[in-house]
Design a protein. Structure first.
Length: 208
């Protein structure tokens, strides 16, 4: 990681842009640690908070867009045949399919906080032919939430950014899981509103 920190020190926003773009095209770069370090540089007034979030977010957007179109153009047969070579085999595709069916658009918003999932969600969205406009709205917002969170945490923790990174990551992950549960509960209530209303009425009648 030291070489990457050195590049950030030298070239700042450009390296942040390229690094996030590459990770979201399935290149294994530990960008959460990198973004926390960038937040520390913001704390030191070496970089600007808004520009780091902007360049990081734009790099992520380019990365997820390229990944979407890779999935869209190559399709499911290609990944069923060759996907295992890049950790995108049939089992993982099936797993993401189940997650997508259960959590829908919410997965695009918060998948970036889940290592191993954020790398393939965009490709899978292309494979399953989710409309690009729908994908872009939720995925782009999700990218900026992810980038903004870790850069802001690095800025808040300041000199202690490294020692607090793992702890902060746990809390952020738990928060995302909590939001996911709330989203799922809302979705279930919305789709089963009629049945829930009928059951409540039956319960009230039985009590009275």
């Amino acid at each position: 990681m030291s070489w990457l920190f050195h590049l950030i020190d030298q070239f700042g926003y450009l390296v942040l842009f390229i690094s996030l773009m590459l990770e979201l095209i399935i290149v294994p770069i530990p960008n959460e640690i990198l973004m926390s370090y960038v937040g520390f540089l913001v704390y030191q007034h070496k970089l600007n908070l808004y520009l780091t979030i902007l360049f990081g977010g734009l790099g992520g957007i380019v990365g997820v867009s390229i990944s979407y179109w890779i999935g869209y153009k190559l399709g499911k047969p290609f990944f069923n045949k060759y996907g295992s070579k890049i950790h995108m085999g049939p089992d993982k595709i099936e797993k993401i399919a189940k997650w997508n069916k259960k959590y829908g658009k919410g997965l695009l918003l918060f998948s970036y906080f889940i290592p191993g999932v954020r790398h393939i969600t965009s490709i899978f969205s292309g494979i399953t032919r989710i409309p690009f406009k729908t994908f872009a709205i939720f995925a782009y917002i999700g990218v900026f939430i992810w980038v903004g969170t870790f850069i802001s945490l690095g800025n808040i923790f300041g000199p202690k950014w490294e020692s607090f990174h793992n702890e902060a990551k746990v809390y952020v992950t738990l928060a995302c899981i909590g939001i996911g549960i709330i989203y799922l509960a809302y979705y279930l209530i919305k789709t089963n509103r009629k049945k829930i209303k009928e059951n409540i009425l039956l319960l009230i009648e039985s009590i009275s």
